[in-house]
Design a protein. Sequence first.
Length: 75
Amino acid sequence: MWNDWIKSLVANYTIDGLRLDSGSAIEKSFYPQFEDAANMYIVGEVFNGDPNYTCDYQNYLSGLMNYPALVLSLY
């Protein structure tokens, strides 16, 4: 259902890329097929200060926001 939805959304609107909020709230296995269906760059928001946790999402999404660097810079 979600793959069909994103294909339709991208086909009907001028979209250069997608940002997925709350990326860690979704199973990682969801992302590869979703990104293939979107056929575009997807950056995920995985708000966590632990690079070991956050960086694993790079295996499933085109890109991530660098929250571990942000969190470390706050301290």
